[in-house]
Design a binder for this molecule. Structure first.
Ligand code: BGC
Length: 364
């Protein structure tokens, strides 16, 4: 079968022929339809990250996918049904992994599809256990390929709401969360989707990036009632002071300076969820005293968010239904590019202010 692979340790990516995964009792056979591309894939291609399965030289990449069931086995799924397989697999030993929460693994010995020790989804066929598969609800189209990046916002916002139970009397406005001000930093797919989740959960939402108000991303946000801030022309810290500080910030830029600099812009008892994974080893000068003073004097929470277990995939798919109902068409517009597997080189180098989610289309 065709597969898009890297050789971890050496930069580069290619389309090659690989053996189809053997069918096994109890496993579901899936045919990938669309596979999304993100910064982690680019890091793997640049050989900064990524690990081949044990005993293999090559790693099939791609961890964001929308698949169709080709052989349901005894899973109860139907042939042709659309599903989303998750990314991380249990280490088999720690309490989190044994409780279906490998996203909170303690040992670090987890594996990740298309990233760490397990082949990913950019191939003509994959097999998977039902324990790691979320069915796509009716009415959700190809934009379900956005599920995996959306799970990051789901986990960030769900965990923030759980952590804010420490001040639950103040996080319960008369009509839900409309008195709470949420800022999303970054308008890549993770940021845009987090902004939409915050919106359907009832927050008043702002999203900031370094672009003007006329990009596809800013227009998408506007159509869902999210206020856009261009941080090149507006100081985010001044803006925060002018509106009386934010209650929740979701960082989705991967830029350490942007995330940490915004901590003093949280109001009392606020929370910031950091989701970006900065690369490199750059040393920044930071207002460390001001940051630590704000964290302590305002009882702030800083929480790191990585990966997502099956429950967040289900939440993402449910929120997609709500978003599609409230803001029809907005999710579909986020899938801006589809490349055939043979066009992988163009796919992995596509970028720009109007590029949102680039995908490999295995139906082409
Ligand atoms: C993926 C996560 C993964 C993380 C670290 C991200 O791009 O979305 O599922 O845990 O990379 O490998």
């Amino acid at each position: 079968m065709k597969a898009i692979v890297v050789k971890p340790g050496s930069p580069g990516v290619s389309l090659t022929d690989r053996k189809s995964p053997p069918k096994k009792d109890g496993l579901v056979t899936l045919t990938p339809r669309l596979v999304g591309i993100c910064g982690t894939d680019r890091e793997i291609i640049s050989a900064y990250y990524g690990q081949a399965p044990p005993g293999e030289e090559l790693l099939t990449i791609g961890h964001e996918s929308l698949c169709a069931v080709s052989d349901p086995g005894s899973s109860g799924l139907k042939e042709g049904q659309l599903v989303i397989p998750t990314v991380r697999r249990s280490c088999g030993a720690c309490w989190s992994c044994l409780h279906g929460q490998s996203d909170m693994c303690f040992t670090g010995n987890y594996t990740e599809r298309g990233i760490k020790g397990l082949d990913g989804y950019n191939s003509e066929s994959v097999v998977e256990s039902m324990d790691y598969i979320a069915p796509v609800p009716d009415g959700i189209g190809d934009f379900a390929v956005l599920t995996e990046p959306m799970t990051i916002g789901e986990k960030a916002i769900t965990q923030s709401l759980n952590l804010q139970k420490r001040v639950e009397w103040a996080w319960n406005c008369n009509d839900g969360l409309s008195c709470k001000k949420a800022l999303v930093l970054g308008t890549g797919p993770v940021g845009l989707l987090a902004a939409l989740i915050a919106k359907v959960r009832g927050f008043r939402v702002w999203a900031a990036d370094r672009h003007g108000a006329d990009t596809e991303r800013a227009l998408l946000l506007k159509s869902a009632g999210v206020e856009h801030i261009d941080s090149q022309t507006t100081s985010l810290t001044d803006y925060a002071s002018s509106i009386g500080q934010f209650d929740m910030i979701v960082e989705a830029t991967g830029d350490a300076a942007v995330g940490l600099d915004m901590i003093p812009s949280l109001g009392p008892n606020g929370i910031i969820a950091l989701t970006g994974i900065p690369g490199g080893s750059q040393v920044y000068q930071m207002p460390a005293v001001q940051i630590m003073r704000s964290i302590v004097l305002r009882n702030l929470v800083v929480v790191g968010i990585v990966n997502a277990n099956l429950s967040y995939f289900r939440d993402a798919l449910n929120d997609m239904v709500s978003i599609e109902k409230k803001y029809p068409g907005v999710l579909a517009k986020m899938v801006t590019h589809r490349f055939a597997p043979e066009e992988f080189a163009a796919a992995y180098s596509e970028k720009g202010a109007d590029v949102v989610k680039v995908t490999i289309d295995w139906t082409k």
